[in-house]
Design a protein. Structure first.
Length: 273
C-alpha cells in the first residue's frame, strides 16, 4: 500500500487553500516566434461571431457594476458559434497582420478561450478549481494550436501580449472569468477602436471598488497591481500616477494626496449572473 496517497488526500484541501492565497504572475518573457508582423497589411479580422456570443450571453448592466457571463444559460447554438469562432481564429496566422490587428486578435481569442473553458466545465465556482492536481487554475494547460504552435492562456498573456505589445492596459482587457477581474467587454476588441476600448476598460476598472477603493482611510487596490507591479511602474507612487490617468474627477484628488500604505484584494468567484 502506498502510504503517501492517504497523506496527500488529507493535505489536498490545505494545499489548495494555500494556493488561493499564493498566486503570483508569470514573468513577461517574449516568444519571439510571434514577434513578426506585416505593417503594410490593411486586412481586417472578423470578430462578428464572438460579438454575437457576447450579445446573447453577457449581462453588462448588472447592479454590481461587474459584467457577468451566463455560462449556465448559453444556448447550444451559441456554443456552436463560439466553437466556430475559435476554429476560425486558430486557422489564421496572426503574424501576417499589422500590430494593432494582432493585438485585438490576441485579446479576443484569450477571452473567447476562457469563456469556452468555463462553459465546457460548468458548473464550477471558480476558474481556479480547473487545471491539474496542485495547479492554481488552468492557465498553464495547453488550450489552443495556432500556426503549428501549441499555446496556453499564460503563453498568450505573458509571452505574447505583455512582452510584445508593452501596454499595461492589456490587463484591463483580458478576462479571467472572475468577479475581481476587469470586465469582459461587451464589445469585441477591434483594431479600428482599440485605443478607445482599452481606455474605457481602464476607466471602468479603476473607478470601481474592486479596482480602487478607499476604506477606513486605507487605499485598497486590486491584486492585479501587485501581481504585475513592474507593468505599472514598480512602485506605489508610479502606480498612483497610472491610476490618476484613468481616475474620475471625484477620485483623483484623494489619490493624488494619499500618503499611506496600499493594500490589495481579489475575488476569484465566477463572474456569472
Amino acid at each position: 500500500m502506498n502510504l503517501l496517497r492517504p497523506i496527500a488526500i488529507l493535505l489536498l484541501p490545505l494545499l489548495l487553500l494555500l494556493a488561493d492565497h499564493a498566486y503570483s504572475a508569470p514573468a513577461s518573457e517574449a516568444l519571439e516566434f510571434w514577434a513578426a508582423s506585416d505593417e503594410s497589411s490593411t486586412a481586417r479580422i472578423d470578430h462578428g461571431e464572438w460579438q454575437s456570443v457576447l450579445d446573447h450571453n453577457l449581462v453588462d448592466n448588472h447592479p454590481s457594476g461587474i459584467n457577468r457571463f451566463d455560462y449556465g444559460g448559453i444556448s447550444a447554438q451559441d456554443k456552436q458559434l463560439l466553437a466556430r469562432y475559435l476554429e476560425h481564429m486558430q486557422q489564421l496566422d496572426p503574424r501576417t497582420f499589422n500590430r494593432t490587428e494582432q493585438k485585438a486578435y490576441w485579446i479576443n481569442i484569450y477571452n473567447a478561450l476562457t469563456v469556452d473553458l468555463i462553459v465546457r466545465h460548468y458548473p464550477v465556482k471558480s476558474i481556479t478549481k480547473l487545471g491539474g492536481l496542485f495547479h492554481f487554475g488552468p492557465w498553464d494547460d495547453e488550450i489552443t494550436h495556432i500556426t503549428g504552435q501549441t499555446l496556453s492562456l499564460n503563453d498568450i498573456e505573458h509571452r505574447i501580449l505583455r512582452p510584445l505589445f508593452r501596454d499595461n492596459r492589456i490587463h484591463y482587457a483580458v478576462n479571467c472569468a472572475s468577479l475581481g477581474c476587469p470586465n469582459l467587454a461587451k464589445q469585441a476588441y477591434s483594431a479600428a477602436d482599440l485605443d478607445e476600448q482599452l481606455d474605457l476598460a481602464a476607466r471602468d476598472y479603476v473607478n470601481h471598488p474592486r479596482g480602487v477603493d478607499f476604506r477606513d482611510k486605507v487605499l485598497w487596490v486590486s491584486s492585479i497591481y501587485n501581481w504585475y507591479r513592474e507593468d505599472f511602474g514598480g512602485s506605489d507612487s508610479k502606480l498612483i500616477r497610472h491610476l490618476l490617468q484613468h481616475a474620475s474627477p471625484s477620485m483623483a484628488p484623494r489619490l493624488a494626496s494619499y500618503q499611506g500604505e496600499l493594500k490589495d484584494h481579489y475575488d476569484w468567484a465566477l463572474n456569472q449572473p
